[in-house]
Design a protein around this ligand. Structure first.
Ligand code: PFF
Length: 466
């Protein structure tokens, strides 16, 4: 029986390969791991995580976040990989191939919409990061106190020209890597650079922990005060978990379609989630002790790391070089994420609309940049323009991260649990019966019942229905 299953699995494998003779793919297990971790680890961990934790009161929020990663994040990630590798196509194409009727491919389209939205505001922050590379390079923080460092940020991010220029530069870099393709582009860059970021973060974290009053920051991050949790916190924790793991919009369906049939999807999901969470917590430990040590406000919002980090570098021997290396690596971490976002759109345009890769990339990047301009200007010229009481930047971030991604995740688990066929799911997770998958029953129970119910409850809770 098992060997028949293996032969069948290998046959679908062969058919898929013939079907996709022209398709690019990752060349090794380490390559896919780095690319998926590269997508997950980015501004979401180092810029977004600390400020969202800060806004939501610290420790209790962290616990909810960790719960969501474990209970929802890993299963959604596994489901995305399963759909992608089974479907061997972009998010839209995979749903279309694996389902009947017209409904499911729309989930792919929703993912593409989320990709545009995220890319628009992601490139704003990535642009700020590039400015900080420049500031670090020119040693602009030297001898400044925390107020002057704050003033630099204030002047820069509310101005119109420079943030836009950097945003465009960042989008050109993203598009350039995407044009180079999967193996030569995505894999090559992520493989070398991710381990470096980890090391550097570790060094910064140690410095931050040895600042006076560091323990107050640790207490803020790790000591839960449940009275600080609001209904909004649950939605924000869910959104942050999905954003950080790059799930809910088909990024990992797309990457999954490039994964070799021999790789273990469950293990990759677990390893990527652990690495992503570790980096986020490390960023938290690097930021909060410094926030309290310099008497800053943890609920400062999107500017938090830009205000805090230069102060830490000021306190370090070799601060110049650490600052420079840090912002360069943060830019790279942002790039390995932004390429994964753009790839969702480009893979769709190439495979479904039959456009050349180069042209698709240019069109998609241009469109995202145009929306992105509004996000960037919403800190300056357009700061008084509000949609539902939020700036343009905040409303796009909120809609994509807290609504589109969890909604996408909901449909992804429902599709995998109820419509794909458990035999197919098992086949994909065990590589046709070759590898053992522990806890398959638990996984099925989560994607069929727990995850959908939990996501729906968080939604209903946040709009005040429960
Ligand atoms: N996970 C990325 C980060 O933490 O920076 C951002 C991201 C990438 C979100 C890809 C969504 C996505 F599909």
């Amino acid at each position: 029986m098992a060997s028949l299953a293996i032969v069948n699995y290998q046959n679908t494998n062969k058919m898929n390969l013939e079907d996709n003779a022209k398709r690019d793919g990752f060349s090794s297990k380490f390559g896919i791991l780095c690319a998926a971790a590269g997508s997950a680890i980015g501004l979401g961990n180092i810029w977004r995580f600390p400020y969202v934790v800060g806004d939501n009161g610290g420790g209790a929020f962290l616990l909810v976040y960790l719960g969501f990663i474990l209970l929802l994040g890993i299963p959604v990630m596994m489901s995305e990989f399963v759909i992608g590798r089974r479907g061997q196509k972009n998010a839209y194409g995979s749903f279309k191939k694996l389902s009947k009727g017209k409904f499911w491919p729309w989930i792919g389209i929703m993912g593409i919409l989320a990709a545009f939205t995220i890319l628009a505001f992601y490139s704003t922050i990535a642009g700020w990061t590039l400015e900080y590379v420049y500031l670090a390079l020119t040693n602009s923080f030297k001898g400044l106190g925390s107020e002057e460092i704050g003033a630099i940020f204030e002047t820069f991010h509310t101005s119109d020209f420079m943030p836009l220029l950097w945003q465009v530069v960042f989008m050109i870099m993203t598009a350039w890597i995407i044009i180079a393709g999967v193996k030569k582009g995505i894999e090559k860059y992520t493989k070398i650079l991710m381990p470096f970021l980890f090391l550097l973060l570790l060094i910064i974290l140690i410095r931050s922990l040895t600042l006076p009053d560091a323990s107050k920051g640790l207490e803020f991050l790790f000591k839960p005060d449940f009275s600080k949790l609001t209904t909004k916190s649950f939605l924000e924790a869910l959104g942050q978990a999905f954003f950080s793991l790059s799930i809910g919009m088909g990024t990992l369906i797309t990457y999954g379609s490039y994964v070799d049939k021999k790789n273990n999807l469950g293990r990759i999901s677990f390893e990527v989630s652990v690495a992503d969470t570790l980096i986020a917590i490390m960023a938290g430990i690097a930021i909060f002790p410094a926030v309290f040590s310099f008497g800053m406000n943890p609920a400062e919002g999107p500017g938090l790391i830009f205000n805090v980090l230069p102060n830490i570098f000021q306190q370090m021997t070799g601060g110049y070089i650490f600052a420079l290396m840090f912002f360069v690596l943060l830019t790279i971490a942002a790039l390995t994420s932004s390429i994964s976002i753009l790839e969702v759109v480009v893979a769709y345009m190439v495979e479904e609309l039959n456009l050349p890769r180069r042209r698709s990339t240019i069109i998609a990047a241009l469109a995202a940049t145009i929306v992105g301009v509004f996000c960037t200007l919403s800190f300056g010229a357009l700061k008084n323009v509000e949609i539902f009481n939020k700036t343009i930047f905040d409303s796009l971030d909120f809609t994509a991260s807290n609504i589109l991604l969890p909604l996408g995740g909901l449909f992804i688990v429902v599709f995998t649990g109820w419509f794909l066929g458990l035999k197919n799911v098992k086949d994909e997770l065990t590589n046709g019966g070759i590898i053992k998958v522990r806890l398959f029953i638990v996984f099925v129970f989560i994607i069929r019942f727990i995850a959908p119910v939990a996501i729906v409850i968080v939604f209903l809770n946040s709009i005040g229905v429960i």
